[in-house]
Design a protein around this ligand. Structure first.
Ligand code: ADP
Length: 378
């Protein structure tokens, strides 16, 4: 029966081992149709009523599954084809972890991500086209435009260093998406190279808004359990709860450094080690570089010896005009200045996304140019 066949292609429970993600997050194998197992009619089997999903189209009637791209924390991502237009899309299947998720209708992280993405509309932010449903409580999909890879994979594909012009263009796109998000009063709270997607055209978009949330002025307390450790801003590490967009800007600084050296800049083995590495890179807080540091909840827990300017690692790791290895991108004086303005300890002195976009790094010297992620091996 044709309808049952269509349903079956979206039944993730009947996967063979080949189709499951192995070590790497993304999978490239294309998938063949699977044997038929699911025959229920969606109208009679939907056991819950969720107003959010009312009027959503059926995944079986609208999309043909091609392959499983990745299995993330909050759901499986599929590559699929729009049956009407032949357009290739990505479908993120919402993962219903617990019975509570099913009873309450929807996992809160997924709900948050959908709400944020529907509120944002920018070419450097992944675009949600629609929600579609399957024939069970746990078959809900977010339909997005398809991106070939994430930026972490993108960087590793380059044999040598990124050209200065490409580096500028990538940073401009990341900053433009970040500025849009902040201007709409949203924080991402988990920016990192694996949460930034790369389109075949060279377009770059922020993704994975599962930890995003609204902020306001004056600030209110938010949870501190955010941002992957290596990209986590120093104010979060010292217990600040009334934080703002500057936490994302620190992460953007880490991403900029990673694009230059093709390796994560700060790779702490725990929170204390992360703090140590940050201080070795850019210095220890004092009354000038971070006047309000002492008022942070965890500021008094440990003491750090002040560092002399010549001891700091930032200028050594990112020397102007003389890359430390063949893999490292060239950085001019403006580029170094922008990097240090992003990796600034004090969130009040750290550059904003808008200020960064207006930085001379982008208007002087080599002009930004679309990166050639796909011109060689793929
Ligand atoms: P999670 O929140 O579960 O980690 P993500 O949104 O980060 O989910 O998605 C997991 C992975 O799926 C990403 O790292 C990326 O490789 C892939 N992915 C996500 N969205 C898309 C998309 N629109 N196009 C192609 N791949 C995507």
């Amino acid at each position: 029966m044709q309808a049952a066949g269509k349903r079956d292609r979206w039944d993730s429970s009947s996967e063979d081992d080949e189709d499951k993600p192995a070590k790497s997050k993304r999978i490239s194998k294309e998938k063949k149709p699977l044997p038929t197992t699911v025959t229920d009619d969606r109208a009679t089997t939907l056991p819950f009523h969720n107003p959010l999903l009312q009027g959503c189209r059926s995944v079986y009637e609208t999309y043909d599954r091609i392959s499983r791209v990745s299995e993330g924390t909050y759901g499986i991502v599929w590559k699929a084809k729009d049956l009407a237009t032949d357009q290739i899309v990505a479908l993120k299947q919402i993962k219903f972890e617990s019975v509570a998720d099913q009873q309450e209708g929807f996992p809160v992280t997924a709900l948050r991500e959908i709400n944020v993405l529907l509120a944002l509309s920018h070419e450097s932010i992944v675009n949600v086209k629609e929600m579609v449903v399957g024939d069970g409580v746990d078959k809900v999909f977010m339909v997005m435009e398809f991106f070939e890879m994430d930026l972490k994979d993108g960087i590793s594909r380059f044999d040598g260093a990124l050209a200065q012009s490409e580096l500028k263009n990538i940073m401009q796109q990341i900053l433009a998406g970040t500025h849009h998000m902040h201007s709409k009063w949203y924080l991402h709270r988990d920016l990192k190279t694996s949460n930034i997607l790369v389109h075949r055209s060279g377009r770059i978009a922020l993704a994975d808004f599962g930890l995003a949330r609204r902020f306001q002025e004056p600030r209110q307390a938010l949870t501190q359990l955010v941002v992957t450790l290596w990209y986590r801003a120093p104010e979060l590490l010292f217990g600040e709860s009334c934080y703002g967009p500057a936490v994302d800007m620190w992460s953007v600084g880490c991403i900029f450094g990673e694009l230059i050296s093709k390796d994560a800049v700060l790779q702490g083995q725990g929170e204390l080690d992360q703090i140590d590495q940050i201080f070795s890179l850019v210095g220890v807080p004092n009354e000038t570089n971070w006047p309000l540091f002492e008022s942070l909840p965890n500021a008094g827990l440990f003491r750090w010896k002040p560092k002399k300017a010549q001891e700091l690692l930032l200028p050594k790791k990112f020397p102007i005009a003389s890359p430390v290895s063949a893999n490292q991108a060239f950085l001019d004086g403006n580029g170094y200045n922008l990097l240090s303005r992003l990796l600034t300890l004090d969130p009040d002195q750290r550059v904003s996304a808008l200020e960064a976009l207006e930085h001379p790094y982008f208007s002087q010297g080599v002009k930004p140019q679309t990166p050639r992620f796909f011109s060689t091996s793929s």
